[in-house]
Write a protein that binds this ligand. Sequence first.
Ligand code: ASP
Ligand code: MG
Length: 418
Amino acid sequence: MPLLVMKFGGTSVADLARIENAAKKVQAEVARGYDVIVIVSAMSGETNKMVGFVEGTSKLYDAREYDAVVSSGENVTAGLMALRLQEMGIAARSWQGWQVPINTTSAHSSARFISIPREHIDAKFAEGFKVAVVAGFQGVSAEGRITTLGRGGSDTTAVAFAAAFGAERCDIYTDVDGVYTTDPRITNKARKLDKIAFEEMLELASLGAKVLQTRSVELAMRYKVRLRVLSSFEDTDENSGTLVCDEDEIMESKVVSGVAYSRDEAKVTLVRVEDRPGIAAAIFGPLAEAGVNVDMIVQNISEVEAGSSKGATTDMTFSCPVNQVARAQKAMEDAVAAGTITYDGIVVDSDVAKISVVGIGMRSHAGVAATMFKALSKENVNIKVIATSEIKISVLIDRKYMELAVQALHDAFELEKA
Ligand code: ASP
Ligand code: MG
């Protein structure tokens, strides 16, 4: 039997009526001849509520108990989905992570998959069951404790099952009808993409397009799982939504596929750092250890100040999420106290946003950066930091110009046109 994985996010299973609506989508695929593995999230709001319960009970909570509590929302929806399917006359049963078992590492609240043995679920399909409903987001550690995969982790559960069971496709049902060229709330010219390459989706996901958990895209890319994002609130068929796939499947792609943004960035500059071999390691090592997610890095040219007894110095600038600035500052102060670095001061700019244009076509096209910078300059938007990769150009700008910049770039690359 061909097999499909269908994942329903929190808003798609938010109440009994929506669970019934989702079950009808499953019924349609069963009618088309598929065996189906359904992965469910918790009803929307439930996981947040349970995180609140844990935090309200214990400040320095035991991560194992946190996972025991916050994983429970998925157990409810898995059971309800199985019941609803049974009411429709479809042979279905639910599975919690430990019952499969979904074996993970014991890194609680950010566990990773180790293995998903197929035998129990395969045996049920062989008995004539049509649907296995699996609770997303959770697994079990070698110690036998319940684990969770990090917020948004049900997407990753779905892709992992699609890979383990050789599914024809992994359909991610959500409250939007696909992946857009940019956030439609910022410009109504945003256009839904029919297809997007794994690598592009990975950049968009990690840059703040919140449709899919980044890890699910990484996993899909590694195992070449064709992934489709579509709405559970619309009538859908085999052409609905956006297909995230290998770039070979995309015949003609535009140079730029999308504009992504990340609102809450900060820019940190260490002023007049002593410039010597090893200084970057002495700065970014402690930042990494402190869990600061450094993204862009710029080192200025080195200079020797006239009349100064110091040797050459340079300014070192990096960006990180705004809520990590305090941690970054502390790590730098500790490094100074330990005598591993010296600088004259730290300048923090907490009012910046990162805007990026992404596209695999950039590999073979020149002039993308020039077009981007011209569009920003036309709007008088000052660029503070620039970083590039093979398929992406990112800039830091003042946060108050973020929407304007996204709109200008969307226009400049004519993303409204197919
Ligand atoms: N329910 C979990 C969360 O809210 C996992 C998920 O929905 O993907 O993060
Ligand atoms: Mg989600």
